[in-house]
Design a protein around this ligand. Structure first.
Ligand code: GLN
Length: 491
C-alpha cells in the first residue's frame, strides 16, 4: 500500500469509501508521521486518543453508509480555534493552560462532517507575525530548504504550523486564519494552497480575536480541490457571529474544472514593485500566460491606493488588537501574576504574559486610538481603507472577474534572518496580501513555481465578494500548469 500520508484529501476520501483502508489506519499513519517530525515544531499539542476515537466513529459511520463529506479525514487545527476540552492558547503565555468549555463554530462544522482532529498547530502569538517566530512555543521549521543548505527556514506566518504540517504530510489539511495574509503567505512559502474567503463567509465565533474587522478563517491544503472541500464545511452563517453572512454555501468543488474561457483577469500595475526579484516577475507572467492559454483575457488594471494599504493596515490591525486584547487581564483567563492591588495584578500579568511583538502592537494600537491622535491616525486609516476597497470595486465594475498578483515579494527566509532590527522589514512581507483583507475580498494562494534556490513561490488570485468559486476554477488552472511540489524529507 502507498504511504497513506501522501494521498490528497480527495484521494483519501475515495480510498475510504472503497474500503481500501480505514480512517483508523489513515489516522495512525499521520500520528506516526507527527511523532517523527517533532523537530519541525508544527504541532503544539497532539491529541492521539481523541484522534483515534474520532477515527473509529468515522469508520463506523462509513460502514453504515452514513458518512459526512469529510468522514475520517485527519486534520490539524490552528491553536487560535477554541477546541472543547483541548488547551487553546493562541501560542501566547498569557492564555497559560486555558482549556475552553466550548468549540469554535468552524471546527464544530468540520467534526459535524466527520473530520478527525490530530492536534493543535503552532502559530505566531495571537496571529501577529509573518514568520511564526513570535509563538511562545518557539519557531516552526519549513519542510523546504534551500538546495544544498541545512539552514532551517521559516514557514511564513502566522499560520506557520498549519502550512508546515500540511506540506510535511503530517495532516491532510488544516484550519488557518488570515488578518493580513496569514493563510496565503505561509501557503506560498510551503507550496500549499491557502484560501482566505470573503469577510463574513466563515464564522469567527470561538476563534481568538486579533483584528475583528479583518480576521477570517480558511483552509490550508495540498491541492485546490482539497481546499474547496474543506472550505465547504468551514463556511456558513452563524447566528453567534453577527458579521457572518446568511447566504448559501455553494458546492465549491463543482467549480473545479469549470471553463475559465472569456474570464477577464486584471493585472494590477501597482503590484510591480521596484526591486522585486526577477523570478517573481517571471512567475507572474507565466501565471498570466497559463490563464490566457486556458481562454482567459488579460487586462492591465490600476489599484492606485495600493501603496497606502500596508501603513493603513498597521494602524487598523493594532488598534483593533489593543482593544481585543484588553480582556487578558489575569482575572478571567490563563496566566495570573499577583500584585499588591488589582491594577498591579493587571500590569504584572500583561507584562509577563504578552511577548514583545504583541506588546508593540498593543502600544501602537492604544496610541493611534488615544484622544489626541484618533483623527490623525485611526480615522485617516479608515478613510484610506475605503479608498482601497473602492479601487477594487472600480476594477470589478469594469468586468474584471479576478486579479492575479504574486503572493509574496520573496521566497521563505531563514529563522532569525528578518525583522530583528527593524520590524517593518517583516511587515513588508504582507505587501501583496493586506489589501485583500482591507477590502474584505476573497484571495487564494496557489503554488506556481520555484526560485533559483529551489524554494516554492506562489501566485495570488483575488476575487469579487463571495465569489470563491471563480478563484477555485482559476486556481486549478494554475495548479494544472505548474504541477504540485513536495519537499524532500530531511526530518
Ligand atoms: N503578518 C501580518 C501581521 O503580522 C498578518 C497576520 C495575520 O494575517 N494574522 O499582522
Amino acid at each position: 500500500m502507498t504511504d497513506l500520508t501522501s494521498l490528497t484529501l480527495a484521494e483519501a476520501r475515495k480510498g475510504l469509501a472503497a474500503k481500501n483502508f480505514t480512517s483508523l489506519e489513515l489516522t495512525d499513519a499521520h500520528l506516526s508521521a507527527i511523532e517523527k517530525a517533532r523537530v519541525l515544531n508544527a504541532f503544539v499539542i497532539e491529541t492521539p486518543d481523541q484522534a483515534r476515537a474520532m477515527a473509529r466513529e468515522a469508520d463506523s459511520k462509513i460502514a453504515k453508509g452514513d458518512a459526512g463529506p469529510l468522514a475520517g479525514i485527519p486534520l490539524g487545527i490552528k491553536d487560535l480555534f477554541a477546541t472543547r476540552g483541548v488547551r487553546t492558547t493562541a501560542c501566547s503565555k498569557i492564555l497559560g493552560n486555558f482549556v475552553p468549555t466550548y468549540e469554535s463554530t468552524v471546527t464544530s462544522q468540520l467534526w459535524r462532517d466527520g473530520a478527525v482532529m490530530l492536534g493543535k498547530l503552532n502559530n505566531d502569538e495571537f496571529a501577529m507575525g509573518s514568520a511564526n517566530e513570535t509563538s511562545c512555543f518557539g519557531p516552526v521549521g519549513n519542510p523546504w530548504r534551500r538546495e544544498g543548505s541545512n539552514t532551517t527556514l521559516v514557514p511564513g506566518g502566522s499560520s506557520g504550523g498549519s502550512a508546515s504540517a500540511v506540506a510535511a504530510l503530517l495532516c491532510m489539511g488544516a484550519t488557518a486564519t488570515d488578518t493580513g495574509g496569514s493563510i496565503r503567505q505561509p501557503a506560498a512559502f510551503t507550496a500549499t494552497v491557502g484560501i482566505k474567503p470573503t469577510y463574513g463567509r466563515c464564522s469567527r465565533w470561538g476563534i481568538v480575536a486579533f483584528a475583528s474587522s479583518l480576521d477570517q478563517a480558511g483552509p490550508i491544503a495540498r491541492s485546490v480541490r482539497d481546499a474547496a472541500m474543506l472550505l465547504r464545511s468551514m463556511a456558513g452563517h452563524d447566528p453567534k457571529d453577527t458579521t457572518s453572512v446568511d447566504i448559501p454555501v455553494p458546492d465549491y468543488e463543482a467549480a473545479i474544472g469549470k471553463s475559465v474561457k472569456g474570464m477577464k483577469i486584471g493585472i494590477p500595475r501597482e503590484y510591480r514593485l521596484d526591486g522585486m526579484p526577477a523570478e517573481i516577475e517571471k512567475l507572474w507572467s507565466e501565471g498570466a500566460a497559463w490563464l490566457k492559454a486556458a481562454g482567459a483575457e488579460l487586462v492591465e488594471v490600476s489599484l492606485p491606493h495600493t501603496k497606502y494599504a500596508l501603513p493603513a493596515y498597521y494602524i487598523v490591525a493594532p488598534a483593533e488588537a489593543s482593544s481585543n486584547l484588553a480582556r487578558y487581564d489575569g482575572v478571567r483567563y490563563g496566566l495570573r501574576e499577583q500584585g499588591k492591588n488589582i491594577i498591579e495584578l493587571y500590569e504584572n500579568t500583561r507584562a509577563e504574559g504578552f511577548g514583545a511583538e504583541v506588546r508593540r502592537r498593543v502600544m501602537i494600537g492604544t496610541y493611534v486610538l488615544s484622544a489626541g491622535y484618533y483623527d490623525a491616525y485611526y480615522l485617516r486609516a479608515q478613510k484610506v481603507r475605503t479608498l482601497i476597497k473602492k479601487d477594487f470595486e472600480d476594477c470589478f465594475a469594469k468586468g474584471v472577474d479576478a486579479i492575479l498578483t504574486p503572493a509574496t515579494p520573496s521566497a521563505a527566509f531563514g529563522i532569525g534572518e528578518k525583522g530583528g532590527a527593524d520590524p517593518v522589514e517583516m511587515y513588508l512581507n504582507d505587501i501583496f496580501t493586506v489589501t485583500v483583507n482591507m477590502a474584505g475580498l476573497p484571495g487564494i494562494a496557489v503554488p506556481a513555481g520555484k526560485d533559483v534556490q529551489g524554494l516554492p513561490l506562489g501566485l495570488q488570485l483575488i476575487g469579487r465578494p463571495f465569489d470563491e468559486e471563480t478563484l477555485f476554477s482559476l486556481g486549478e488552472v494554475i495548479e494544472q500548469a505548474a504541477g504540485r511540489f513536495t519537499p524532500a524529507r530531511w526530518w
